[in-house]
Every structure is written in C-alpha cells, then in structure tokens.
Design a protein around this ligand. Structure first.
Ligand code: NAD
Length: 428
C-alpha cells in the first residue's frame, strides 16, 4: 500500500502532527483489514478542502487583533460535513484536519448521512468580552460562508463554544442569505430550533454502550461498580444516569482530585455540592483518594470522561476493571491500548462510545428540515436505537475480522465511506 498522506505543514505543533499521523495510521490499518482500493485511500489521506481566513477583531478598547480561522471538510462523500467549531490557542490547520477526519469515520460508524468537518479560530477566548466573542464569531462565520449551509456543512459547538455562539453563527448565515437558516448549525438554543435531549446526549449514548458491553461480557448491570474520570458536561450527566439506572458509582475524579465510596456515591447530592464548590473534593459522602487509588479502583467498568491520553501503559497495567468505555476523546495512549489487549480488557472506543452528541445533532438538523420538533421521548428512543445499532455493527465487525473494537470501529467507518466514494464514481 502506498502511504503518501504525510502532511508537511511546517507550522503545525508536534501534537497536531501526532494527531494527524494517528488518524492516518488508523486509516491504513483499517484499509489493510478491508483490502480497500488504493484510490479510496488516496482520497481519504488528505482533506477534501480547507478554508483559511484572517479574522480581524475590533477589541473593546479600539485596537484591532487579527486571528486565523479554518474550516476543514475532510470528506463529504456520505453527506454534508459535520463537526464542531473550537476557539482555542492550539487550533491550527493540521489539528483541525485530524479532527475533521475523525468526524468522517464517526458519522459513518453511527450511520448519519454526514461527512466529516471541523473548524476553529486560533485565539484565547477567555480574554475576550462577550461583545468581542460575538464579533469574532460573526466575522469567522462571514469568512466561512462559502462552505456553510444545511446541504454543505453543519457545524456544532466544541471546545470553548456553546449554544450562544451557535445562535450568533446561525443569525449571521440567515442575515447573509436573507432567509431562515436553522438547519445550518446544531447545538442551538431551543428558542431558535435547538433540539430537546441535546444536552446530555453524549452521556446517554455512553450509557447505551455500557449496557451493550455488559451484555456482551456477561456482566450484571444492576449494582455493578463504575469509576468515572471527569464530572463535566459528559461525566456529570453520565454519573447521574448510571446512578439512576442502578449502578454503583464508586469513584469519581476531576481536576480537583478524586473521591471514593464503595457503597456508591450519592450522585445527585454530589452534583449539588459541585455546583457550589466547583469540584468533587471535599464532598462528605465519600473519602478523598489519590489519583493512583482512583485508577486502581476495583470496578466492573472504568469510564475516562475528561482528558485525552489520561490512561498510559502504567495505569493500564494496574487498572482493576473488567471493561473500559471511552467517553472522552482519545483517553487511551497507544501503549496502554496494547496493554489492554494483552490483559484481554475490552475497550469500547471513543469514536463509537461518545457519538451520542453528534447523533443528537443529526436529529436537530432533521427536525429543522422537517419544521417539526420531536418530543424528548422521541429523541431519547431514537438516540438509544442509533447507538445500539452502531455498537452492534462494530461488534459484528470485531467478530468477522477477529480484531479489537477500536480497529473494528474504524473498519466499519471506512467501509461505508469507501462504498460512498466508489458509488459516486471514484472507481479507478
Ligand atoms: P468539560 O470541560 O465539561 O469537563 C471536563 C471534566 O474533566 C471536568 O470535570 C474537569 O474537572 C475534569 N478534568 C480536567 N482535568 C482533569 C484532570 N487533570 N484529572 C481529572 N479530571 C480532570 O468537558 P466535557 O465536555 O465533559 O468533555 C470531556 C471529554 O469528552 C473530552 O475529551 C471531550 O472531547 C469529550 N467529548 C465531549 C462531548 C460533549 O458532548 N461535551 C462529546 C464527545 C466527546
């Protein structure tokens, strides 16, 4: 197989280069497993299009700052590009491309009629006033207009962007086009076409994967012990849902430290405490534990839901869980993944487990296009069914190819993208 996807952008950070190379390696690995035609690999080993723009911002004090922003479409063979917009000092073209590529496979695994996209502005939004943030968002949107639209590219919130930013984005597109443009972006506030059930959708999807993985591994859900790293937008609702469903959430870690209660933490009470204090440490319904004690918690399932590369090989060696379900993006290092394989600890990979958010985004887009909002129950049922089907198709591929769920997930994603590319006529 020819491998000519090495990126040569001189200004990219080592982390961005590593991310891009990792996604290429996963592509090559899946292509080898599937015997994917070289022509398809050639299409996928580089982004389909990248729009880079200068984003001038008039600061409140009258100074003008010029940032750089990007929108990348990695591949749109299966539908309009889908992926978040982040405002962060680490954003660059290559990192955005790597994240866009991951979206190509994620949307494919979940059978969403989308391709993969991502965007962002290289800036530190924490230093911006609300007015500055709005002007930055509107200028970025204006510059990216040629790529945006319900049938071209449908962004969503990501790091340091939220429903409010999506509202400004939608309003800017609507003003520019002179028409209502709700389906242009997802993750919007409910008042302007957002979907019920969008908040917490990632956590709900993780729960479906935990249940499916328990069934597969002959584990009993009721009363089972779970440890979760992260108590934020994903980890918080996840702990609550698992607790409500009858699991024992025995350990939780966040940026302030970690806590443990072998009988199960009272998650609603913890939620109230964290709202006041900002972190889990100091909660009287559990004992404080060290980071090492957190990772060696005896449990049925360990769920990293905070940071990339949280689990290295040393942690993987000591982990005392039957299965791992990755709610965070990229929480397991390559070396740790090898250890899990040797120890025969099944890992439900991020690209499958945390797809609930993008699935709910798809539902929002559908509702906007139908002009007919769904009830929370409709969203919840369809989300569960979609996640369950995605899990099943990855599991079937695991059995068919005799590989880990991570490699099988990528194979499922690539297989469908490859089929779409070929059906569009790229059969060399
Ligand atoms: P968040 O910022 O809301 O929460 C992050 C959590 O991680 C917080 O509880 C924080 O205290 C904790 N944390 C930070 N540093 C830590 C450390 N050193 N040790 C332990 N805990 C630490 O973020 P989020 O939206 O919940 O995202 C968490 C992960 O899930 C990220 O990897 C993100 O990419 C991924 N993800 C999120 C979504 C979503 O819908 N928000 C969707 C898909 C994937």
């Amino acid at each position: 197989m020819e491998k000519s996807g090495q990126h040569v952008a001189g200004t990219s950070s080592p982390e961005a280069i590593q991310r891009w190379n990792e996604i290429l390696d996963s592509l090559y690995d899946a292509a080898e497993l599937l015997n994917t035609p070289q022509s398809v690999i050639k299409v996928l080993e580089r982004p389909q299009r990248i729009l880079e723009a200068s984003i001038p911002l008039r600061r409140d004090n009258g100074d003008v700052e010029v940032y750089t922003g990007w929108r990348v479409h990695h591949n749109t063979a299966r539908g309009p590009a889908k992926g978040g917009i982040r405002f962060h000092p680490d954003v660059d073209s290559l990192e955005t491309s790597a994240l866009a590529a991951a979206m190509t496979y994620k949307t494919s695994i979940s059978q969403l009629p989308f391709g993969g996209g991502k965007g962002g502005v290289n800036c530190d939004p924490t230093g911006l006033s609300l007015g500055e943030l709005e002007r930055l968002t509107r200028r970025y949107t204006w510059e990216m207009l040629p790529l945006l639209g319900p049938d071209r590219d449908v962004p969503a919130p990501d790091v340091n962007t939220d429903g409010r930013v999506m509202g400004w984005l939608m309003d800017t597109v609507s003003m520019a086009r002179g028409e209502e443009s709700a389906a242009t972006v997802t993750g919007k506030p409910l008042s302007i076409g957002g979907s019920l059930g969008h908040v917490g959708a990632t956590a709900s999807g993780v729960v479906t994967c935990v249940r499916a993985a328990f069934l597969l591994n002959d584990l009993t859900f009721e009363g089972a012990r779970v440890a979760i790293q992260g108590f934020g937008k994903v980890g918080g609702p996840l702990a609550y849902l698992l607790h409500s469903a009858g699991m024992r959430v025995v350990s939780i870690a966040d940026v302030t430290g970690a806590i443990h209660n072998p009988g199960g933490i009272n998650v609603p009470a913890l939620g109230e405490f964290v709202k006041e204090s900002g972190g889990v440490v100091g909660f009287t319904g559990a004992d404080a534990i060290t980071n090492e004690e957190f990772w060696t918690t005896k449990c049925e399932v360990m769920i990293p839901a905070a940071l990339a590369l949280a689990i290295d090989s040393t942690i993987a060696e000591k982990l005392d869980a039957r299965i791992v379900v990755e709610a965070a993006n990229g929480p397991t290092s390559e070396a740790a993944d090898k250890v899990f394989a040797e120890r025969e600890i099944p890992v439900v990979p991020d690209i499958l487990a945390n797809a609930g958010g993008v699935t709910a985004s798809y539902f929002e887009w559908v509702q906007n296009r139908q002009g007919y909002p769904w009830t929370s129950q409709e969203v919840a049922t369809r989300l569960h069914d979609n996640m369950h089907n995605a899990f099943e198709s990855v599991h079937d591929k695991t059995v068919e190819l005799g590989v880990s769920m991570r490699r099988a997930a990528m194979a499922v994603g690539l297989e469908r993208v490859s089929e779409a590319i070929i059906d569009r006529g790229f059969r060399f």
